[in-house]
Design a protein around this ligand. Structure first.
Ligand code: CAA
Length: 379
């Protein structure tokens, strides 16, 4: 049976998230883009409304959202501001490895505090010399009689300057590639964590992005998720869950650009008629509508599969690549429709185009997603 209807509860969640995006995020999006200031007050309000940490199961104090619910919320928040949404969504990305690979005690210890007060988490996989080739990471984990010692460097870590908790991928030995990877939890304030300067970025400017160093960071045994060497499977499963969320954020940004384009095309007069009457503009708007609908269907299918216990690797990557590339095309066309005004920072669409670019890059580039899809369909 095929059903495209949202449940009453999903409609209400979506309505609440969209209201928050329009009332709290959108009015401040330009200001935070220009100042690159982390909008902590907005995030706290989102947490109070229950819009953060959608992946935490109700057993550990979460709202018990499904993956589809998570995509609905993410799309609305990204409609408000893709940059702010990156920081919000990164909490899910960082907590998912604990949901996926943690024991009951670890979930209680590390997840529950996120439901009791506003907290921030960082997912630390990428390194200065390893982005797409995640299995090549070099951060080392060494076992000691009472725990582990972590040494290494991470790069492009979202939320790093504000995080209360870091989920860090490290390796027993880089020569073991994916078989040596481990996932550990490191809490803020643990001696040896060195937080780098905030990166200045083209878009998503208010989300905090930094490098990190771990210098002889000592953690207890119960900070390792699963066993030594389980980290890779945990990371891959995390990405299967988080890629539909990223795809949703691309759809939210694209929807925003699409709505601005329609409004502007109906108001702007050229050759004595609104430009919406010109076929050149109509075709761009029709393409936007088609891409958004297709991306949303693909994304919700990828999320639905996970909710139903079906392996979704291929669909998660399809959704991420298709939605991110569509968002880039749609926001670029929005700037084109606005013409000279589109290129001005006084109008909203140039920011959307800058923000769209990152979605094609982070959590696996559009090229990596195609590699994953090709491997899945050819295997
Ligand atoms: N689920 C379970 N197992 C999986 C899996 C999945 N989805 N994908 C792969 N595996 C398994 C494979 O079956 C294989 O297992 P065996 O050893 O048993 O055969 C093993 O993992 C190795 O897989 P591959 O051979 O495919 O590994 P690879 O090294 O060739 O390539 C890759 C893997 C898919 C390219 C991976 O490196 C990848 O996804 N790279 C992109 C990294 C990425 O997305 N980084 C994002 C960082 S986070 C970020 O950007 C977010 C932010 O700040 C907001």
């Amino acid at each position: 049976m095929l059903n495209f209807e949202l449940t009453q509860e999903q409609k209400e969640i979506k309505e609440m998230a969209l209201k928050f995006a329009k009332q709290e995020m959108q009015p401040k999006a330009t200001e935070h883009d220009q100042s690159a200031k982390f909008p902590i007050d907005i995030f706290k309000k989102a947490w109070e409304l229950g819009l953060l940490n959608t992946c935490i199961p109700s057993e550990f104090g979460g709202n018990g959202f499904s993956v589809v619910d998570g995509t609905l919320i993410t799309e609305c928040l990204a409609y408000g501001c893709m940059g702010m949404n990156t920081s919000i969504m990164s909490n899910d990305l960082a907590l998912l490895p604990i949901v996926i690979g943690g024991s009951k005690e670890q979930k209680e210890k590390f997840l529950r505090p996120f439901t009791e007060s506003y907290k921030i988490a960082s997912f630390c996989l990428t390194e200065p010399s390893n982005g797409s080739d995640a299995a090549g990471i070099k951060t080392l984990i060494k076992e000691t009689p009472d725990g582990y010692i972590i040494n290494g460097e991470k790069m492009w870590i979202t939320n790093a300057g504000f995080a209360d908790l870091f989920v860090v991928y490290c390796t027993i030995d880089p020569k073991l590639k994916h078989k040596g990877i481990c996932a550990v939890v490191i809490e803020k304030g643990t001696p040896g964590i060195e937080i780098g300067k905030a990166e200045k970025k083209m878009g998503h400017r208010c989300s905090d992005t930094r490098g990190l160093r771990f210098n002889n960071v000592k953690i207890a045994k119960n900070h390792l998720l699963g066993n030594l060497g389980d980290g890779w499977k945990i990371a891959m499963k995390t990405l299967d869950h988080s890629r539909p969320l990223i795809a949703s954020s691309a759809i939210g940004g694209a929807q925003c650009a699409y709505e601005h384009s329609i409004k502007y095309a109906k108001e702007r007069i050229q050759f004595d008629v609104p430009i919406a009457r010109h076929q050149a503009i109509q075709f761009m708007i029709a393409n936007m509508a088609m891409k958004i609908e297709a991306a949303r269907l693909l994304t919700q299918r990828a999320a639905w599969m996970l909710d139903h216990g079906i392996k979704n690797t291929e669909f998660a990557s399809m959704a991420k690549a298709f939605a991110a590339d569509s968002c880039m095309e749609i926001t670029t066309d929005a700037v084109q429709i606005f013409g000279g005004y589109g290129y001005s920072v006084e109008y909203p669409v140039e920011k959307l185009m800058r923000d769209a670019k990152l979605i094609q890059i982070y959590e696996g580039t559009s090229q990596i997603q195609r590699m994953v899809v090709a491997r899945e369909v050819l295997s």
